[in-house]
Design a protein around this ligand. Structure first.
Ligand code: ZN
Length: 224
């Protein structure tokens, strides 16, 4: 039986540091979806500044994690012309490959709208082998192809509620958690809940915690 748990964390903010410390301490690898065109960009969630990191200046944080593209500047792709959708992913992929000196093969869509036009354009880009959408699907079923990974849970409370059902499942499955590190940092006991969730999943011998690229390779039997 193949049961995979994946963490897909967006935006590359300063809060990733704490998440990666936790992942490293627990011996797991997650996927971090970064925007190469927004270095040091700050926006405010209420009164809290959310700063993105400068990945070119310091790529070391993500050394043991998978890095994937999250577009160059985080636009809503549904409102971009075809050429712009391609540019947003292709340039981001090329920048990230230069910063991190490795192949970037995944893409996670910014915001929630990624229709079949966008999927078709993105999968046509050389070297992109999987796409994570923002749509929720709590079934744990594998997607039909690697360009339609859906999200099982977008917040840690819901993830904790769903985990027992995933642990008891008697067939192959995928639990794909997607979100931002600041979701854990700003929520009450967010990191405590995340650690509880990971420890509970690790207590189940059938569950493997993998980066999304690795899970995709296993599910779709690709050779890396
Ligand atoms: Zn994002």
């Amino acid at each position: 039986m193949a049961k995979y748990l994946v963490f897909s964390i967006d935006d590359g903010t300063v809060y990733d540091k704490e998440t990666i410390v936790l992942f490293t301490r627990l011996g797991i690898r997650g996927t971090f979806n970064l925007n190469s065109g927004l270095s040091d960009y700050v926006w405010y969630l209420g009164d809290t500044p959310i700063r993105r990191l400068d990945h070119e200046k310091d790529p070391s944080l993500y050394e043991d994690m998978e890095v994937a593209s999250h577009s160059l500047t985080h636009p809503d792709l549904a409102y971009c012309y075809d050429e712009e959708v391609i540019r947003q992913v292709k340039e981001d992929k090329e920048n990230l490959e230069r910063f991190f000196r490795r192949k970037i093969e995944g893409f996670a869509t910014p915001f929630s709208s990624c229709g079949e036009r966008e999927v078709g354009l993105i999968k046509s880009i050389q070297g992109i082998s999987y796409i994570r959408l923002s749509e929720i699907d709590e079934s744990f079923d594998f997607p039909l192809d690697p360009y339609h990974f859906k999200v099982t849970a977008l917040d840690i409370d819901r993830a904790l509620e769903l985990l027992p059902r995933f642990m008891e499942r008697q067939e192959d499955g995928l639990f794909l958690y997607a979100g931002h590190s600041y979701d854990f940092a700003l929520a009450k006991e967010g990191y405590f809940k995340l650690e509880t969730f990971i420890r509970a999943a690790k207590s189940c011998p059938e569950i493997e915690i993998l980066a999304l690229g690795e899970a995709s390779s296993r599910i779709f039997k690709r050779e890396d």
